[in-house]
Design a protein around this ligand. Structure first.
Ligand SMILES: [Zn+2]
Length: 603
């Protein structure tokens, strides 16, 4: 365990049974933002107040302010591509004040401006248990095309995320988060309350994190009636039909949203998109489920409202089986390609020409509700603890949604094939590698999504569904609204499964192993088959025996067969003399070399 983690456990911040410790703390903030957006240019002007609460035992001598929109500024540090034609002027902060006292953000002894954050040294440190108030005015603009999770869809529609000055995260492990936003990773925020007023021209609709406070002020009488109906209707209601000839108005309307205890705030806006909606009953409460899209380009999105309903129910009742914890969810189809990006209560997705991929991405982004949002995962460091779960849940949801059909294993196959293709190369590094070190796109895909999804599937297979569910639910309930580390996750599974799984974590999380089993031979005298674990990753063994009379039999062992650290095992086979061939079945778990999976038995 690295030093900074050891300290956290020693200080009783965290405990070795996987629960938050008796001294657990985290900082919080509340944002009051008024922002005016000019469609077309996508310029945004904001006035913002942040009240930041120092719940840590430390006196804070500095504060870190994240300016994510500077990612799009000419000359900014970037690991993800941003097309030159969409570069912006970044974010300009003015009228900055600390506890009402004006403070210059010019570079100097007390101000260090980095590419995507500013570090301010405070004249008066913030003592433990007290607050600091920051006021700032700012201007920025959204990229004119969709790039790195956000941006404009066309001159009428945009998805606005990573858009306002944010206080950085300060935690027990790292102190201030002073990592640059390079585009290759997401964000890492503390939980906050938001009170946001978004000013847009009349005729625009705005879908955001949280609850709309003034539908009667911003919706037409007709829309208001339909919106009110949708809140309790289990059938789809079309609140806005979508149009190609939107009304152009100079009048400004203010959309007022509030959200409490969430990690971020984002919104989509359009004056052309169709808006369909219904209520989904979750644990006795109605969740407002919205899908909004360009009816002229993306009519394949119509069916996604039903997918979203099934997704909400699946996540709430089956896996992870914890009721969806927020009042609404909106899928905004703003991405001009097959992709998706999650925000609290909101996703910005694209459309594929494959139906199962649209089902999958709708579910996947919604599944992120649990990780990283409800359970506050640090996406910049441990993306395998959120993307991996979203991928795991999606594989299972697609299997259940398309059960018995040709797409039943579409999501599994897609992930398995990609995993196998890339497994075992030098940059297929251990999962514990901090995500911010991964700027090479294929390694992000492998280590944030696929490998951890197969870790969770292998673990479920080994523990059995009931024990796995119990561990997962306990983990979520323990860490809801908090920030677990990988160790908190692993300790919880150890404790709740009542097993020491350290051998499993060691191989899957800390070692650079990959999935590759080989059938290396058999012993006709002892009737044993030899299997070698070439990649070193503990994966289940599934053997198919084909008898001379044509009958087939499956023999399965969970990953536990590798718990002693052996590099090969022997499996007893009955009646080896009557067997024609033996095959390792690798349709469900990683196996990156298919050439060593079969044996013909010739006696
Ligand atoms: Zn994801």
């Amino acid at each position: 365990m690295p030093k900074e983690f050891k300290k956290a456990y020693k200080n009783k911040m965290r405990s070795y049974d996987g629960s938050p410790g008796e001294n657990y703390w985290q900082n919080s903030s509340s944002y009051t933002i008024v922002a005016e957006i000019e469609p077309g240019s996508w310029k945004i002007k904001g006035t913002e107040k942040i009240v930041y609460n120092n719940n840590s035992p430390d006196s804070l001598r500095t504060i870190v302010i994240k300016t994510y929109p500077n990612h799009y500024k000419k000359g900014a540090a970037r690991a993800n591509k941003v097309p030159l034609e969409t570069l912006t002027n970044g974010m300009i902060l003015t009228d900055f004040a600390i506890d009402k006292v004006p403070f210059s953000l010019e570079e100097g002894p007390n101000v260090k401006n980095y590419s995507s954050y500013t570090e301010v040294s405070l004249a008066n440190p913030v003592p433990p248990g007290s607050s600091i108030t920051l006021d700032v005015n700012w201007t920025t603009e959204m990229p004119s095309i969709y790039v790195n999770r956000i941006g404009a869809y066309d001159s009428n529609s945009a998805f606005v995320g990573y858009w306002y000055p944010q206080i950085g995260r300060y935690d027990d492990i790292d102190g201030w988060d002073k990592l640059e936003y390079l585009g290759s990773q997401e964000f890492s925020n503390d939980f906050a309350d938001f009170n946001v007023k978004i000013k847009v021209p009349e005729g625009y609709n705005v879908w955001a994190t949280g609850t709309l406070q003034n539908p009667d002020k911003v919706l037409t009488a007709k829309e208001l009636k339909l919106y009110t109906e949708a809140k309790t209707s289990h059938r789809a209601v079309t609140i806005a039909p979508g149009t190609t000839s939107p009304k152009i108005s100079k009048e400004i309307e203010t959309w007022h949203y509030t959200a409490s205890n969430v990690k971020d705030f984002a919104f989509g806006m359009s004056n052309t998109f169709k808006w369909i909606s219904n209520a989904v009953t979750i644990n006795g409460k109605e969740v407002l489920s919205n899908v909004v899209y360009d009816v002229n380009k993306n009519d394949a999105a119509e069916r996604l409202l039903e997918v979203q309903e099934k997704s909400l129910v699946y996540l709430s009742t089956i896996s992870p089986g914890i009721p969806y914890p927020y009042p609404s969810f909106t899928t905004f189809i703003g991405v001009p390609e097959y992709d998706g990006m999650e925000f609290p209560m909101l996703a910005n997705n694209g459309i594929s020409d494959k139906e199962s991929e649209n089902t999958g991405v709708t579910f996947h982004e919604l599944a992120h509700t649990y990780f990283p949002f409800f359970v506050g995962i640090n996406e910049v460091k441990y993306s395998w603890m959120e993307e991996g779960w979203a991928t795991f849940f999606t594989i299972k949801f697609i299997q259940s949604y398309y059960k018995g059909g040709k797409d039943e294993n579409a999501e599994l196959d897609r992930n398995l094939n990609s995993y196998n293709k890339l497994a075992g190369v030098m940059w297929d590094v251990p999962l514990i590698t901090p995500s911010f070190l991964l700027t090479f796109r294929p390694s992000v895909g492998q280590l944030s999504y696929r490998k951890p999804a197969f870790l969770y599937l292998t673990l479920e297979n080994m523990l059995g569904e009931a024990t796995f569910q119990k561990c997962l639910k306990t983990y979520i309930n323990r860490w809801a609204g908090k920030h677990p580390t990988p160790y908190d996750f692993m300790f919880t599974f150890n404790e709740i499964s009542n097993q020491n799984l350290d051998w499993f974590w060691n191989a899957w999380v800390f070692q650079p192993g990959y999935g590759d089993l080989a059938l290396t031979g058999f012993d006709k005298n002892t009737s044993k088959v030899h299997i070698k674990n070439i990649g070193g990753l503990p994966v289940p063994i599934i053997l198919k025996l084909t008898y001379k009379d044509g009958k087939e039999q499956l023999i399965e062992r969970t990953a536990e067969v590798w718990s002693q650290g052996d590099s090969s095992v022997e499996i007893d086979i009955d009646n080896i003399k009557n067997i024609k061939s033996i095959q390792l079945i690798t349709t469900h778990y990683p196996d990156s070399d298919k050439t060593n999976n079969g044996l013909e038995i010739k006696l």
